[in-house]
Design a protein. Structure first.
Ligand SMILES: *Cc1c(COP(=O)(O)O)cnc(C)c1O
Length: 397
């Protein structure tokens, strides 16, 4: 059996999306910036996608700017806002300890090369930011607050509307990395007081290599890409027409089935979580306990006594594709910065395993994982000195 349970790393491009994209690789190859009528097809295709994305967020289409990725949208929001703010003497950025590296490494860059002061807000043991901490961190130098909508490793959904209201009241621009949030949740940028928002198509059954930044009217971070006049002079370079068309299509489809997907995913998520807790002793669920405050597709556990990496290989040998949490950390053996921020000890952070379900998931696959995983964990624990030590220390208490 092939079981793909890494939908947070990426999703397959849906067949309808691919079908909508195809003409723009072929007969409709015109450059939208050209004046002749042939290029109009490309131009109107981009504008249709812009409307599709905008409608899904309750935004105006003039507020959507296409980029090459979620990472680029994050870089643009942070660097572009701080670049402009520094001209007026503001050089403080507030973010969190659990952001995706697209935010964290950008914040580190801004600190190192542009002298920006960065506050990394802590989170509680379930991964929630306390809005009072946001309030307390704001100074008269604060140029931007950037807090992710939902965490990619543990699935915790932040109180975005409340944080947005605090920023609005203090007149501080508020950006959110909603690459995961927008793929699973209803987002209304107006009701949620969001000024800037990053998205990525490949996390929502669209193609890889295309993203977008929502910029509320009046928000004008300095451009990130300089060059031609594309995207109303705010993001230079010839548009990835097919990618943008795919993004728009994916977003429209996502919106029509959002509630249905949410219900199906969260039922399966809860079944997998309950099954693991039932069948594997000393399994620790990481992230939000309350289902409504957790991404409907996220399951993240730590198993004391076993390395997550080892479990991944064992699962792979049984046809199951999972993750330890962050695709970017598969190259390094550092424990997840997210799990450490949640207060996990190093050995528990190393023992983490993430399953992210989605449209490829079936009930049979959930049962299969529940059959295979307990065996694997038990076998690895039987060989683990850490597990032995743990059992002894438990016996002593
Ligand atoms: C995947 C992801 C990104 C990066 O998006 P890309 O389009 O792959 O560059 C940023 N933030 C979060 C939360 C993500 O999950």
């Amino acid at each position: 059996m092939f079981v793909y349970m890494d939908h947070t790393a990426t999703t397959p491009t849906s067949p309808e999306v691919l079908k909508a994209m195809m003409p723009y690789f072929g007969e409709n190859f015109g450059n939208p910036s050209s004046v002749y009528s042939f290029s109009r097809k490309s131009r109107s295709a981009v504008e249709k996608a812009r409307t599709q994305v905008a409608q899904a967020l309750n935004a105006d289409s003039s507020e959507i700017f296409f980029t090459s990725s979620g990472t680029e949208a994050d870089n643009w929001a942070l660097k572009g806002t701080l670049d402009k703010a520094r001209l007026t003497g503001k050089n403080h950025l507030i973010t969190t300890q659990i952001e995706h590296h697209a935010i964290l490494h950008t914040a580190e860059y801004l600190h190192k090369f542009e002298g920006v002061d960065v506050t990394y807000l802590p989170v509680d043991s379930e991964g929630f930011v306390n809005p009072d901490d946001v309030k307390a961190a704001i100074t008269d130098k604060t140029a931007l607050v950037s807090i992710m909508f939902a965490n990619n490793e543990v699935g915790t959904i932040q109180p975005i509307k409340e944080i947005g209201a605090i920023c609005r009241e203090r007149k501080i621009p508020f950006h959110t990395d909603a690459v995961q949030g927008a793929a699973h949740l209803d987002i209304d940028v107006k009701a949620m007081n969001i000024d800037m928002l990053s998205m990525s198509a490949h996390k929502m059954y669209g193609p890889k290599g295309v993203g977008a930044l929502f910029l509320r009217k009046g928000m004008r971070p300095e451009n990130f890409m300089h060059g031609g006049a594309q995207e109303h002079k705010h993001r230079a370079s010839t548009e990835n027409i097919a990618g943008i068309v795919g993004f728009g299509e994916a977003m429209e489809i996502l919106k029509t089935r959002l509630n249905e997907d949410k219900a199906i995913n969260s039922a399966r998520r809860d079944k997998l979580i309950a099954g693991i807790l039932d069948k594997i002793p000393d399994a620790k669920l990481n992230g939000a306990v309350c289902g409504d405050k957790r991404l409907p597709n996220n399951i993240n556990f730590s198993f004391i006594g076993v390395e997550g990496e080892t479990l991944l290989l064992d699962l792979d040998a049984r046809g199951i594709s999972a993750s330890t949490g962050s695709a970017c950390s598969s190259e390094s053996l550092d424990p997840s910065h997210v799990l450490l921020a949640l207060g996990l000890k190093h050995e528990m952070a190393h023992g983490s395993l993430r399953f992210t379900i989605g449209r490829l998931t079936t009930d049979e696959q959930i049962d299969y994982v529940l059959e295979v995983l307990p065996e694997i964990v038990a076998r690895r624990r039987a060989m683990s000195p850490l597990w032995e030590d743990y059992l002894k220390s438990k016996g002593e208490n």
